[in-house]
Design a protein around this ligand. Sequence first.
Ligand code: TRP
Length: 324
Amino acid sequence: MKRILSGMRPTGKLHLGHYVGALENWVALQKDYENFHLIADYHVLTTQLDTTDIAQNTLEMVKDWLAAGIDPELSPIFRQSRIKEHAELFLLLSMLITKARLERNPTLKEQVRDLNLDNIAYGYLGYPVLQSADILLYKGELVPVGKDQAPHVEIARELARRFNKTYGKVFPEPRPKLTKFSRLPGLDGKSKMSKSLGNAILLSDEPDAIQAKLHGAYTDPLKVRKHDPGRPEICLVYTHHTRFNAAQSPEIKAGCESGSLGCVDCKRMCGEAIAKHLEPFRERRRYYDERPDELQTVLHDGEARAKIVAQDTMVQVRAAMGLG
Ligand code: TRP
């Protein structure tokens, strides 16, 4: 079975955008691949020094992974910071790449622009090197990512090649497994769904909260009255129907276009469909909310399993480099 390494930074509770863009895919891949799920808590520190929320955000994220259907028996879930081999491989790989190569990284350039970061940390420049260490430590062959992360997987490929050529073959060259990335629009209709922009439906939201959020969602501005014809193709509520209410969405589309369906009813139906989809998620989340010890066991067990693989790889790495 091919091995997949997937990872996310722990930013707290996840929303529908995370689900559609990544998590749904992770769950589907469990059957056909061996999966390792990494919590990138070191990566958080590349852009933020405040560690106050990391532990809690990690637990919230893991609960959402489990809620969405990740099976921790099949797929180890582990914190990067608990497996020191990440730090060691990161150090060694950092010798195999130039500063100029890292400065060309388009994701870095974009984030520097978006976040207005003038003086980035030395560690932030190395972000993709740390990510490469994450992947190569487990000899991940496939990495499920959205388009924005593909340049990082490319760097991991280059590093694997460079290492193998210099010291002898240890690593497979990982490949990105691009998610059929439907970027879910946020409820404000302005940008993609994001918790910090306050335009997101959380996976853990109760039905009432989902209804309330959808009620305030932005729709076609030309559909002012209930019977005005609308344009579903520009409406984010309709996008949500296509993802979470596929069977009904042709009918919704026709109703919106003809003016027989108003936005209030359309939003209510959408909220019901999303709440129904998320109901088993909420149930599984509740299970772990009530059993914090079991959640800790999931992490400790995942970390023990991950560590075995990581240690084995590092024995090979040190031997290849003459450091063994
Ligand atoms: N950089 C990824 C993100 O922000 C998170 C990540 C860290 C990751 N290490 C990884 C993803 C290894 C895939 C593989 O989404």
